[in-house]
Design a protein around this ligand. Sequence first.
Ligand code: ATP
Ligand code: MG
Length: 432
Amino acid sequence: MIVELINTGSELMLGRTLNTHQQWLCRRMADLGWPVSRQVAIADTGPEIQQAVRESLGRADLILVTGGLGPTSDDITRELIADLVNKPLRENPAIVAELKRFFAERNRPMPARNLVQAQVPEGAVVLPNPNGTAPGLAIKIEDGSWKMEDGGAGRLQSSTPNPPTAQWIVMLPGPPRELRPMFTDTVVPLLQCELPRQIFVCHTLRTSGIGESALAEIIDGPLQAFIARGLELGYCARPGQVDVRLVARIPQAEALVLDAERIITPLLSRYVYASDDEDLEAVIVRELTARKQTLAIAESCTGGCIAHRITNVPGASAILIAGLVTYANAAKEKFAGVRPETLAAHGAVSEPVAREMAEGARQATGADFALAVTGIAGPSGGTPEKPVGTVFMAVSSAAGTVAVKQLNRFDRETFKDVAAQQVLGMLRRAMV
Ligand code: ATP
Ligand code: MG
């Protein structure tokens, strides 16, 4: 089964809007076992949309098209696709009634141009839009033919061994708050009913504290036998974290992936923090909550980034006692208990200060764990001994205090993200 995704919108091509549909829909489709094999983004002009859909119709069993279902003159997806697949548009009285109700409820007169949203290609399934005015549309093409550029008929050249007997085009509205519920509530049940099931199992192990190549050195060898049996191995490196992706598309895929995961998890035990998409901070909050333990944070160069991540997790109040942003030396002394002698002898960006910040925050709050970060984000402020990017981090607990030095040469914002990820990784390892 071949699935393709076409995102329309000139704002995407002008860099004004980030194409979040690409990530969101590809992710959902992969989770459902129908990974998208090709995606294009195009401006929402007539020839571009028809050309892209025509190309996809030559290959794909399912084509998802986003955007351009609105009432303005640039919203032409519906007409262009109906024309391409030879389905005349007809006004749908139920949608007209729904549009009237939508505007009446809001005490606004309905602009006549909204009626275009009630136009439905003959035989299409209407996908209700409880969050907006443009319903989605799903068109089934059973004869495998559509209009070529010269007006002749094109045909599906599917490369799949047993292609489904019909092709589907699903059109979804552009606004994410309309598209996402529509996809979940209406499109997924439709696809599950209409499309053949496909085997696709994907597990991701998330790691921190180890680089991509070091990780590959540990697991590439032990996984060779699994790869020979059909396992697909992938790495996704991000600042401060590497994901290992295990994919299988064969019968017994689940068993193959689980066996492979069982082999490599102990090899990476210190570094793996989640076996699905859970974020590091979510794992920490969940585990500290289960252990009825607490956390304090003393940050300097990360400016609250670590506390921000922890407090993004629902239920963080059960474990977080305090997040101190002690930027000035005086604040490090007053609130994090750093001794003036330590600051004078080693400077604010130093291992002893990171240690004292963590220990001081733990003492002041009574938390079970405390972490601390102090560094030079740049672009200025570096010295030959402590260049820009130098950061010291510490984790303190009843078991003692561990501290490390890292060199993160990034722009300021990435530097903060990476340092936060690293120290949260340290905390996680200290908790194991
Ligand atoms: P509308 O009725 O709002 O015109 P529409 O179906 O015609 O809906 P578009 O005009 O293409 O959709 O886009 C509407 C808005 O949806 C855009 O301004 C943008 O904010 C958002 N949007 C569209 N496509 C995407 C995308 N691929 N990723 C993220 N946001 C998008
Ligand atoms: Mg629009």
